[in-house]
Write a protein that binds this ligand. Structure first.
Ligand SMILES: [Mn+2]
Length: 450
């Protein structure tokens, strides 16, 4: 049999697994499409992923334009918005991690290449702003290693930029734009998605000790903006991101459905003698086959007492008969995270005490989900307080009274909820005391994990 007929037979034998509701369809173009001419999936190169009108799977190009317009509309005259792409991160030397675009940059552009930047200048034109997108463009020597980058003319056509320019022009352009602007909204990309003031131990210490190394410092571009003109961008984009559009909600439902199915399948796969890593691998396999691009976070597979460690991620113990195992895992699908935690018996059957405890937690969770309606007027804080009293009552019913602060100190030391979206912990700038709004998406996780 020739190699050609052999590979054709393999193609013909592809069967889509029934459990993959969102499995990618094998499209006939697959067999003839040349390497992509773009730095990311497009309708032309990936019709099985991107539908007509969409810029990224599930999100129309018009929605990206609406996001930019809404952002700029809320700014005073003389405003400039600057947002830079994520950087490739390295495990060691030239060994890179899979790239993930910076969340705010992706939200505003849909552009998925590193080494890119966005400038929006507020204008009096009908569009309301001028958009400049900086990127790598065609670079044959680089593309031999890294694959295609989107050409500048396609940056104009696909992404709606008024001007597409090489990244090398960014610093000088920014200096010129910033000089004539009154307010420049920008952020330090390394701090995106983190609580203000947080940092990473040693690195944070070292960065205070050393002067800026311009070439390697992703924040060096801020030097082009006079300090008196700098305004924080993250809270503005965070406020937009906190309310999800219909399209975003559809993608998020699909993301959660995929993770939910993978959870159910992984529960059935579990049995005594397997390792926690086996469950992780099974979960991730199910997700990937359904189109998930990456885990939304490092999964926690914690059997027995390991479940008491909130961020247990070693996942290297064996599952024992009679124990419970906690699986906290979710995929990132088409740019949107999911976050599901479930605890189940390794051997498939709860003991009576395990069942009682599980039922108490489940009742608490179901009651809280019902309270997540705009009409109830809850804030994140009031929902959290409600979760503490509900959980206390449920535990009391099964003979586990939690007097004083023991519940919040020992059993439930974390917060009930966080907004979720492009990031697992999204919109860190959203006020916890403010009433929830229609279109917000939050997690409900009483007595489990953050
Ligand atoms: Mn969570």
């Amino acid at each position: 049999m020739s190699l050609r007929s052999c590979s054709l037979r393999l193609v013909q034998r592809v069967r889509l697994p029934r459990h993959c509701a969102y499995a990618t369809q094998v499209h006939p173009h697959h067999l003839v499409t040349k390497p992509s001419a773009f730095g990311q999936p497009t309708l032309k190169s990936h019709p099985h992923l991107v539908k007509p009108g969409e810029l990224t799977p599930g999100i129309p190009a018009s929605e990206y334009e609406r996001r930019r317009r809404q952002l700029v509309e809320g700014l005073p005259h003389g405003s400039l918005v600057v947002c830079v792409a994520g950087q490739v991160k390295y495990m060691s030397a030239a060994i890179f991690y899979k790239f993930r675009q910076a969340s705010d940059f992706w939200y505003l552009t849909g552009f998925e290449e590193p080494d890119s930047a966005l400038i929006l200048e507020k204008t009096g034109t009908p569009r309301g702003f001028r958009m400049l997108l900086y990127s790598t463009g065609k670079d044959p020597s680089k593309e031999k290693w890294d694959g295609a980058f989107t050409r500048f003319q396609d940056v104009l056509g696909l992404f709606g930029a008024d001007e597409a320019r090489p990244l090398e022009s960014f610093a000088d352009d920014l200096r010129a734009f910033a000089a004539r602007a009154e307010h420049v909204y920008a952020d330090v990309p390394a701090h995106h998605g983190r609580r203000a003031g947080s940092g990473r131990g040693l690195l944070r210490y070292l960065s205070r000790q050393q002067p800026r190394a311009a070439r390697s410092d992703p924040d060096a571009y801020l030097d082009a903006i006079a300090a008196s003109k700098r305004r924080p961008l993250a809270p503005l984009v965070g406020a937009l991101r906190s309310v999800k559009s219909t399209h975003e909600q559809e993608v998020m439902k699909a993301s959660a459905d995929i993770s939910a199915r993978a959870h159910a399948k992984t529960m059935r796969f579990a049995q005594p003698g397997l390792s926690e890593a086996d469950l992780q691998a099974h979960f991730e396999y199910m997700c990937t086959r359904s189109g998930v691009q990456r885990p939304a976070y490092v999964p926690v597979v914690a059997s027995g007492e390991n479940a008491l460690v909130i961020h247990y991620t070693r996942n290297d113990h064996l599952l024992r008969d009679g124990e419970l195992v906690l699986l906290d895992a979710g995929g990132e699908y088409n740019g949107y995270a999911s976050d599901i935690t479930r605890t189940f018996p390794v051997n498939g059957t709860f003991t009576p005490p395990q069942r009682e405890l599980y039922a108490a937690l489940l009742a608490t969770q179901k009651a809280l989900v019902k309270e997540c309606a705009v009409a109830r007027g809850h804030s994140l804080d009031s929902l959290h307080r409600r979760s503490v009293s509900l959980l206390r009552a449920e535990l009391g019913k099964i003979g586990l009274p939690c007097e004083g602060t023991v519940l919040e100190r020992v059993l439930y030391p974390h917060y009930l909820t966080h907004p979720i979206g492009i990031d697992l912990h999204e919109s860190g700038t959203v006020e916890r005391g403010a009433p929830l709004k229609e279109g917000m998406v939050i997690t409900i996780e009483p007595g489990k994990h953050e």
